[in-house]
Design a protein around this ligand. Sequence first.
Ligand code: PLP
Length: 304
Amino acid sequence: VICAGFGHGLSLLAPVLRDAGAGTVAMEDPCLPVHRTLIAGHGLAVAPLPVDDAGARTDRLDAIGAGAVIVTPAHQYPTGVTLQPGRRAALVVWARREGACVIEDDYDGEFRFDRQPVGAVQGLAPDQVVYAGTVSKTLAPGVRLGWLVLPPRLVDPVVAMNGMARGGWTPPVLEQLTLAELIVTGRFDAHLRRLRAAYRARRDTLLAALADLPGARPRGIAAGLHLLVLLPRRATTEAGIRARAEARGIALAYLGPHRHRRGDHRPGVVIGFARPPASRFDRSVREAVDVLRSALAGQPAQLP
Ligand SMILES: Cc1ncc(COP(=O)(O)O)c(C=O)c1O
């Protein structure tokens, strides 16, 4: 089913899963906050599924008792870890046993820098796993095009959920035909290869700049268009970094809002590196790293 990006796909799936009796949806902790809001807005309970260095803690699923789980196996958002093979298998075993649905959000799977792309979990259990893709990272978030590869039993309900009787809305056909043309002619592949090299170079520039920063631990660097920088626990706060960044007109994201519950955790900054134009990229990286450095040193926010 073609949809207007992952967010739209999720807004079609959520009521279908609710009507099928899902009740609770397990979501990675941390995860993108807007997806939690979306799920809760459809009357489903959201349960946190902790994430560690091997990805989502699939061993917790039994205790949660969810009817569905949303995961980002290729490159967990925002920590960037890849779901390890044993946990992929466990996820599928759980879903089959419980008759539960796994939603695989593959939002940036095209950009893997250090090794071959990671296989989709969906391939292990197409009857239990919804594979969701988007062009938000490969073309632009504003294009609003994505796709759901659905277990057969979900196709009709999801299509019906998007039907005209429910105010249904499909992505513009011209954009769909244009994307199809790019794929069929091989130009989409060529575009991805070019972007992969460009984003790898950007990531390397950012990593080199972060290497000088005392105590900073970049995470999730093997793929994607962002990385997470964990900072020493008592050295600074996310609010302190945000004040400095905003004073210099720099937009960063922070780990705290991605967590299900606020609490005492290591400060973390999510730095996206796709956005600045090439002509400003080095300067943007320097400015972002300066912000972190001054926050770590406890210096006052500086205007540019
Ligand atoms: C975790 C995650 N999923 C999905 C998406 C893409 O969402 P959409 O296709 O609705 O733009 C993003 C984009 O930032 C994301 O971070």
